[in-house]
Design a protein around this ligand. Structure first.
Ligand code: 5AD
Length: 421
């Protein structure tokens, strides 16, 4: 989501990127507020650019994104060298803001939510990319107790199908072969009589599209229409990222996830019944206030039961103004215990990721080639439909193409293969 917004900021300004901050006319730090660490990183990175103003008094420094939204005016007070604060919904106003700063020599803040056309500015697209994001939704209507997103990105706004198609067609005309539809709860997308499954079918049919992915799905919003489309549309990849957050019913309830462990497991079964070798990945929060040893055991046993291909796991981080923050005042989990639980979970996940990679040995996988491997120019890399990285020997003429590759090796985080003779 943030990468996408950074590319939108780039496009809104219609400027060239410079690799060196010293050469910049504008420095904009786009920020994430999901956990405290990201939030602090964003603020400290701003400080690094302050001294550049002494050599270049015209330099404009701004903060964008969710941290900008969260702290607003306070940031202007704290950082006298900061010229503007821009929330994630206000990106279309950026050109106006910059021009006012330049002509009136003032400082600006725009953290308004009432911008009608939140999708007005499409992202800058770098030529040659095989895979691209298309945003279909801004904000979120769920109220998960740990989460800052609704506070900083506002309520759910769904992008009209026509605009989604238009942006996708543009990207396909530029050589993109794989589209990932993005939204906070991407599968809750709807427009009048159209639901997410209909969108998958419509985008899936577009000329030149090889692969369709989407992220992130909310378990409660999985419908028959969605699963049928996933099964029937050839372009939709056999992978779903389906954050569960905890394996314990008590913790799920405290988190306000609105589903139970069994409900989640039933959804997994539903997906696997329809698409037997679908890869399922997840997000997990460890150490949510009130999480007991036995709750954590439930999380481990859920991992054993589902055997996620991969997961992102995080130590719970209290966020300002959330219900979780209040719970943390009385029921917070000792940092050392959270840390221990997190590494136990991650070790177990490593085992399953490797196990799943080893299971692919000998199989032929379709790989959409994205480019040359970083370490060796004789090697290409791409992804399998299950979203695994595959490295294999080959030439540059294959970039952007889908090739069959036989898996030779399963590594902890990737596969290695050969193009069969
Ligand atoms: N603390 C830790 N992890 C969080 N996430 C969201 N909010 C928090 C928080 N306060 C995680 C969730 C989500 C992912 C994007 O970040 O697992 O799915």
């Amino acid at each position: 989501m943030n990468e996408y917004d950074s590319d939108r900021i780039h496009n809104a300004l219609d400027v060239e990127l410079t690799g060196n901050p010293k050469d910049a006319d504008y420095i904009i730090v786009n920020t994430c507020a999901i956990r405290e660490k990201a939030d602090q990183k964003a603020l400290s990175s701003l400080g690094r650019y302050k001294h550049l103003k002494s050599n270049n008094p015209e330099l404009i420094i701004g903060i964008a994104g969710c941290v900008a939204q969260l702290y607003g005016k306070k940031l202007l007070k704290q950082m006298p060298y900061l010229d503007f604060v821009l929330g994630p919904r206000a990106i279309p106003n950026l050109p106006q803001i910059i021009s006012e700063i330049e002509t009136k020599n003032t400082r600006k803040i725009d953290i308004s939510f009432d911008i009608e056309e939140v999708f007005e500015v499409n992202p800058f697209h770098e030529e040659g990319r095989v895979s691209a994001f298309v945003s279909i939704q801004q904000g979120c209507n769920k109220r998960c107790a740990y989460c800052i997103v609704p506070t900083v990105r506002g309520n759910e706004v769904n992008r009209p199908m026509e605009d989604i198609v238009k942006e996708t067609v543009y990207l396909l005309s530029k050589g993109v072969r794989e589209i990932t539809l993005i939204g906070q709860t991407v599968n809750s997308w709807k427009q009048d009589k159209y639901k997410f499954g209909d969108l998958l079918r419509t985008v899936g049919e577009l000329e030149g599209l090889e692969r369709l992915r989407f992220t992130t799905s909310y378990p409660r919003d999985i419908t028959k229409r969605m699963v049928d489309a996933m099964k029937e549309v050839r372009e939709v990849c056999s992978h779903i990222h389906l954050p569960v957050q905890s394996g314990s019913d008590d913790v799920l309830k405290l988190m306000n996830r609105t589903y139970s462990r069994q409900w989640y497991l039933d959804s997994v079964n539903r997906l696997r019944d329809a698409i037997p070798d679908i890869a399922i990945s997840t997000d997990m929060i460890i150490g949510f206030p009130g999480e007991t040893d036995s709750d954590f055991e439930q999380t481990l046993s859920l991992l054993d039961e589902v055997e996620f291909e991969s997961s992102f796991s995080f130590k719970y981080s209290p966020r300002p103004g959330t219900v979780g923050e209040k719970l943390a005042k009385t029921d917070s989990i000792d940092d050392k215990i959270s840390g221990e639980r997190l590494s136990i979970f991650q070790e177990k996940q490593k085992y399953y990721t490797l196990k799943k990679n080893l299971e692919r040995i000998g199989k032929i996988e379709e790989v959409l080639v994205e480019g040359f491997s970083k370490h060796d120019n004789n090697y290409l890399f791409g992804r399998t439909t299950h979203n695994r990285i595959m490295n294999f020997e080959g030439g540059g003429n294959l970039v952007g193409k889908t090739v069959n590759v036989r898996v030779e090796e399963g590594l902890p985080n990737s596969l290695r293969g050969v193009i069969p003779n």
